[in-house]
Design a protein around this ligand. Sequence first.
Ligand SMILES: O=C(O)C(=O)C[C@@H](O)[C@H](O)[C@H](O)COP(=O)(O)O
Length: 377
Amino acid sequence: MTSASHPHPTLCVEVPLGDRSYNINIGTDQIDSFGQMLLATLPDLSHALLIADAAVEDPWAKRLTDSLAERSNQHGTPIRVSYRSVPSGETSKSVSQLSDIWQWMLDSSTDRSSVLIAVGGGVIGDLAGFAAASYTRGIRFIQVPTTLLAMVDSSVGGKTGINLPTSKNMVGAFWQPSLVMIDTDVLSTLPDRAYISGLAEVIKYGVIDDAAFFDWLDANAAKLVARDDEAVRHAIAESCRSKSRVVGEDERETSGRRAILNYGHTFAHAIEATAGYGELLHGEAVAIGMQMAANMAVDLGMCEASLLSRQTALLRACGLPTTFAAADVDAMLPVMQRDKKVSHGKLRFILPERIGSVGLVGDIDPAAVIRAIKSCR
Ligand SMILES: O=C(O)C(=O)C[C@@H](O)[C@H](O)[C@H](O)COP(=O)(O)O
């Protein structure tokens, strides 16, 4: 995916949030012009803190750092860069890692004019985003997602946070970035398993919001698996458009609209927490969680069985899991009870009605939840 062989113009998707609006720039070969792009958004920048996943330190985080270190801001002040890498994997989304980052920010003379740049997948974006949201009660931050999942989902929308030992994303804040810079070149170093895992969140948009996109995914699954450049760019752009539309309508998940992005996640988070963080990748757990939710919808007569078979076929065509033999009902139920959509003590699920449309449903018989989990073992 080099610009020489694929000279694509940068696409720009806006997340419309009034004075917190920002752009998602989707391009190729823009890592070395990152400093320039960042200064166009934040011309007063004088101190950048880069937090990178150790797996993308070389070459991506190094090249980003170089592109910043060579520059000065609008006042001619050279940009000071502080750098820190964080071990890969879900276990880094912890209180202890966050506390180390806070101390490092203090030692790096961070103030409210500093800017934190998250370079990595969902783990780094969520962790670094929460550090930005909380340090001195909030500093500006930038997302440079390096996994497909982070490009299409976690880098957009401002959900930041860390896990508690048995509760995924339980502590965090809504804190929007000032810019999301997506460079599809970085996917060239992303391992297959992590890449495929990101396709689960892409498929999610088809089911929850966009039937035409679902049809396109159906027709282009093989190209996506093969990482065809055009297909990948289209999938990222459509996913970002869906996500920014939904987030623009309900930034803090108060009206219920944003909750649709949580399709499959009540089950997925319980699977991740009970199987042990890192056992399954987040997207793999989401694929299984979407299957549990679709099974539940069919079981409750909310949608046609054909929805479940179409979703199953697409997930499989993309190489995603649709079952999890070790799903432990007894362990999962109490974890699900702490889901953030629980209201007045009652579980609520995002369930599909038809391809392209889902609803938030409460008051579900616990027996139906158990059947849904068992249907995917
Ligand atoms: O952005 C959202 O809203 C989502 O729910 C997107 C999810 O895919 C994402 O995994 C999110 O971090 C889950 O949020 P949570 O509120 O269930 O922790």
